[in-house]
Write a protein that binds this ligand. Sequence first.
Ligand code: PA5
Length: 327
Amino acid sequence: MVEIFPELLLRGSVNQDVLERADMIRERGMQGICLVGMGGSSIAGEVSRALLQGETEIPVISVRDYRLPQAVNREWTVLVVSYSGNTEETLSAFDDARRRGAEIFAVTTGGRLAELVHQDEIIRLSSGLQPRAALPHMFSLEYTLLRRLTGLPEVDLSDVAAHLKRAREAWRDGKPISPQSITSALIDKIPLFVGWRHLAPVAYRAKCQVNENAKAPALYSEIPEFDHNEIEASGRYSASRIVPIFLRSHLEDERVALRIRATTEVMREEGADIVEIPSLGHDSLTETLAAILFCDEVSVDLADRLGVDATIVRRIERLKRILAGEG
Ligand code: PA5
């Protein structure tokens, strides 16, 4: 599934009814956009939110809980995302959105969520994937809808998909660095992914992928916040087998680049081994998606080396069965 990441970016489209409704909502105006989803179904929204932040004046928030913040009312648009369409927290937040009279869009393969929405409210996903592996598919559809809702020009994702294929060929030859070389540094260690701005959700995604695919502990943080707390713990990283992995960006200005250099200098003085993943794209969108794909490959490679099956999430499924009263 990770192998077809670039193809998944181009799979499916947002149907015309949905786009026309989005145009109508945009013309009428809205107070904000609220993204709802859990786990693998939340990441595309987190990534979109980070990318849109510098482009739109409309506030975009995300919720990973049973209920929506009190501020969300009929003047808001709520994008409810669940790959299965049956996730408890997501369905509860959906009910909340309906009760408050918000405009709703649902992104799903089916399930209960699909039964609760109208034709011009649903973006239907292809089934048969793991939710987390469907990220490029969910992202392209969500991002298209969000750009339309916020009045931003459409983005041609075929150029991005082509870039991902070229970048992947290069990194598999070790240029500038191979996912396997990162995995080698992670055996029996705990990665701490650190990202700046649009790469902060990528750091979070990388942590989740190591958790779910390799069934291994992982942490994440974001810079500059890292420098105001996490850095104080760096003297214990080596003993705790924590390996900080900094996701670097071409878009870092002098101030941010200096901050990251100073941060890693302090941590090295504390005995921490630091890994850096250089920027793998030329703008925020390609850099984000390339870093996600790169870290996805790290997580799957780590799963292989640890001898675990990346595709099953036994504990998540067991938990959902218990909560559904199925023992
Ligand atoms: O990756 C996974 O399988 C999970 O994180 C799921 O995405 C999460 O449990 C939510 O389920 P769904 O995506 O079906 O709403």
